[in-house]
Design a protein around this ligand. Structure first.
Ligand SMILES: Cc1cc2nc3c(=O)[nH]c(=O)nc-3n(C[C@H](O)[C@H](O)[C@H](O)COP(=O)(O)OP(=O)(O)OC[C@H]3O[C@@H](n4cnc5c(N)ncnc54)[C@H](O)[C@@H]3O)c2cc1C
Length: 388
């Protein structure tokens, strides 16, 4: 069933893989897409919150079918009982990730992508004659195909980068472990996403509550950066918070997952190869949100791959062009967000209270806080923050 050679082989059928495959097929290239899961998008390991319709339209058509909630605000609980409420119309969307992933996978097929599920990639060769060989298992048999460019869109559990010699390991201090629960109660603010962060809740991560209005359920969860030995079991802790914030709720489903929150990798490209999405650590290191970053990276991958074919040059130097595009759009911003995150996590409880007091004024009133009204230590917090 497989051709011997493809222009591009894409590994994975999440937001990164589906869109990279489609953008490349749209430009007329032959694309093979291999996904190890039997059903695309299942299981969902995601809080399912994302950007606006307008932003999604940048990547092509959308459907109301995968939209669960129109979000119009954020409720944030910080250290010291500080509650910050920001109302903003059209802030973002809650998705049905299964429908979302399958919608983009179908678009890829319509664009001409040869897409296979239950197809697990097991290795990628070094470059020979300007091609890489991709080894995979499908239908209980081993197969191999050749590709001019291989795209590793294999998510947080990616091995593709390592197979081609890139340093992509998910190191514990830079990886968020998360528990996601689906519960039968609707969030009290059904058009807002709610977060709890800081020393009074979870400091090395946060708790979230994201309402899925169409389905009448709430995604409740918590993510932690390397809780470490002798720390509470993260599922038990998330369960405690569920009972505290949603007493009497019924647990409909629970999943665990990881989010790469290291900021960009030193290198996410190689000869005849690029990493897109979670596999390239393109995820936002502050929020852990990776859907639109994966789709943006997919768009840049499509452009960079096309230009490589036009130039007939698939060398590491040429593929680096992909990284330049990512850097300009989200990479530099993620580097900054990483600094801010690390700074906030290092604060002690008192500093965090002062910090969130300042954020409250800024976020709710939309103005820079009059710092002299605050304790002198707030000045240091504000100054450090400003310098980042
Ligand atoms: C608990 C949790 C909550 C989250 N909440 C949010 C949120 O609310 N909003 C948000 O924007 N982001 C969220 N994220 C992050 C988001 O889910 C990811 O950033 C996003 O899915 C990245 O897309 P991707 O295509 O890079 O990877 P994925 O969606 O993980 O897709 C990778 C695909 O590659 C496949 N694959 C892996 N290895 C192979 C192989 N060897 N052969 C073939 N196929 C392979 C996998 O099966 C998978 O289908 C959350 C993550 C977690 C874990």
């Amino acid at each position: 069933v497989f051709e011997k050679q493809y222009d591009i082989v894409v590994i994975g059928a999440g937001p990164a893989g589906n869109n990279t495959a489609r953008f490349c097929a749209d430009k007329g290239y032959s694309v093979l897409q291999l996904e190890k899961r039997p059903v695309i998008g299942v299981p969902v390991r995601c809080g399912e919150a994302t950007s606006t319709r307008k932003r999604l339209l940048d990547f092509g058509p959308i459907t109301e079918d995968f939209i669960e909630t129109d979000l119009n605000g954020i409720v944030f609980y910080g250290t010291g009982d500080i509650k910050i409420t920001v109302r903003q119309e059209d802030l973002g969307l809650m998705l049905d990730r299964v429908k979302f992933d399958q919608f983009y996978a179908d678009l890829a097929v319509k664009a001409g992508v040869h897409q296979y599920t239950s197809a697990r990639v097991t290795n990628i060769s070094a470059v020979q004659n300007n091609k890489r060989t991709v080894y995979f298992n499908y239908d209980n048999a081993d197969h191999e195909v050749q590709a001019t460019i291989v795209v590793g869109a294999d998510g947080v559990e990616a091995l593709s980068g390592r197979w081609v010699g890139l340093k992509t390991r998910q190191l514990p201090p830079y990886t968020c472990s998360a528990i996601e629960m689906k519960i039968d109660q609707m969030d009290p603010n059904p058009d807002c996403i709610t977060f709890w962060h800081g020393h009074d809740y979870i400091n090395s991560g946060y708790i979230w509550s994201f309402p899925k209005v169409k389905s009448g359920v709430t995604n409740f969860g918590a993510g932690f950066i390397f809780p470490g030995p002798n720390k509470p079991n993260i599922q038990e802790l998330t369960e405690e918070y569920r009972q505290k914030f949603f007493p009497g709720s019924k647990l409909l489903d629970v999943y665990g997952g990881c989010v790469p929150v290291s900021g960009q990798l030193e290198q996410d490209w190689a000869d005849n190869f690029i990493l897109v999405g979670d596999s390239g650590h393109h995820t936002n290191p502050m929020t852990g949100g990776g859907i639109t970053a994966a789709m943006s990276a997919a768009q840049f991958a499509g452009e960079a791959i096309h230009e490589a074919f036009v130039a007939g040059d698939f060398s590491e130097t040429r593929m680096k062009d992909f990284r330049r595009r990512c850097d300009d759009w989200f990479g530099k911003m993620h580097d900054k967000q990483l600094k801010i995150r690390n700074y906030v996590l290092k604060m002690n409880r008192e500093e965090q209270i002062q910090f969130y007091q300042l954020v409250k004024v800024f976020a709710e009133k939309g103005k820079v806080p009059a710092l002299l009204r605050y304790p002198i230590r707030s000045l240091k917090v504000a100054r450090d923050f400003w310098r980042m």
